[in-house]
Design a protein around this ligand. Structure first.
Ligand code: G6P
Length: 373
């Protein structure tokens, strides 16, 4: 009903706007006063955490892309390998699991059968399973050794939005906690990362407050486009995949997300006059070598007549030069950028679907939680 939507005309709209609160609530109570992380709630003792030498994230759909983002951060922070695998692939390939492997099952609903079967398999092999879940008491957290809840609040729209940013937040908290327990980072480095994370709700809000109209106008202009390419590098790569997924899920547009470095290895053959290409551009500051590489990718597709939509940091002059449309992000560390960069892509997919008069909350052929294998 209209009341349930709290004044928004769709649950998706409402839930995108709850992104800042979802991140904030997921951090709540987990940051100790002295800059220490407090994760007593997860019920895996410190000794077991210390012994963990590998993480495997299992998930499906949007949750899997949150896991891909987390891989970049956790490997950087904790210096242990993190694999990310679609739960349905993991289960049937005889994965290598030991008691020192931490399997992290990410699921908004906590009822996705593929993920549930995969976690059962992991536990049978003697690995510990930690669930990152948005639904209290659902099957996945119930059957896991430990759980870190995302406190995004109930998500109704089939296309996952606020849960994605909450999942990244929870996985980052887990990563920083592991770094703390294993002594993989200095205290002040952990504190600094947590400070950046605490800043993100405000930055997401800035995107919602200032970029919505640009996104809407871009959608109106491109509503007839037959296909879109989404490209990103590093953490921008899973964001590109997620942006592509949103648009196919609810606007039924043919999309592909690629690692921008793959452009010359295939996807550039698809680029023709007027083809819309969305680039996630990393921050230009510091020693970010990837910024120049993504910009040169933009130049290459631009030379072939592509229509460029960029998600980029405020005042990035290179982006201004080449992009037809820019969705700006406020300055933030690269590892934090997915939390803001996904937001205009969520809005873009929603606007496209609305302009085509599709039911944005209940797309055809899809279910909110897929409880069959
Ligand atoms: C379905 C939904 C997606 C979701 C995926 C995983 O495909 O339509 O939005 O990302 O399941 O769901 P989960 O509840 O496990 O996060």
């Amino acid at each position: 009903s209209a009341a349930e939507k709290g004044g928004w005309d769709s649950f998706m709209d409402k839930e995108i706007h709850e992104g800042p609160a979802a991140v904030q609530r997921t951090l709540l109570g987990r940051l100790g006063k002295d800059g220490n992380l407090n994760l007593d709630e997860v019920r895996i003792d410190e000794h077991d955490f210390k012994a963990i030498d590998k993480i495997i994230v299992i998930a499906c759909g949007t949750a899997a892309y949150a896991g891909m983002v987390a891989k970049y951060a956790i490997e950087h922070w904790v210096r242990i390998p993190v694999e990310v695998e679609l739960a349905h692939e993991f289960r049937y390939r005889d994965p290598i699991l030991t008691p020192r492997t931490l399997v992290v099952a990410i699921s908004q609903s906590g009822e996705t059968m593929d993920t549930l079967m995969a976690l059962r398999h992991a536990r049978e092999q003697g690995s510990k399973v930690l669930a990152i879940c948005n639904t209290q008491g659902a099957s996945i957290p119930r059957e896991s050794d430990a759980v870190l809840y995302t406190h995004a609040g109930p998500e109704v729209a089939v296309a996952s939005t606020k849960a994605f940013v909450a999942q990244i937040t929870a996985a980052y908290v887990l990563g920083l906690y592991l770094a703390q327990v294993k002594g993989a980072m200095f205290r002040d480095e952990i504190a600094q990362a947590l400070d950046s994370l605490k800043d993100m709700p405000r930055k997401i809000q800035w995107v919602l407050d200032t970029q919505t109209k640009t996104v809407h106008d871009a959608a109106a202009q491109m509503v007839d486009a037959k296909s879109f390419l989404f490209l990103g590098r590093h953490v921008g790569y899973p964001v590109a995949m997620e942006g592509a997924l949103k648009l196919k899920e609810i606007a039924y547009t043919f999309t592909e997300g690629f690692a921008a470095g793959e452009l010359k290895h295939g996807p550039i053959a698809l680029v023709d006059e007027g083809e819309p290409v969305v680039f996630i551009v990393p921050p230009a500051r510091g020693r970010n070598v990837l910024h120049a590489k993504v910009i040169s990718g933009i130049e290459e597709v631009k030379a072939r007549g592509a229509y460029i939509i960029a998600v980029a940091e405020e005042n990035d002059p290179d982006v201004e030069r080449y992009a037809d449309v820019v969705f700006w992000r406020p300055a933030c560390p690269t590892l934090m950028s997915p939390l803001v960069d996904v937001v205009p892509l969520q809005l873009f997919a929603m606007d496209m679907a609305k302009l085509k008069n599709y039911d944005v909350d209940k797309p055809r052929n899809l279910a909110k939680s897929v409880t069959v294998e």
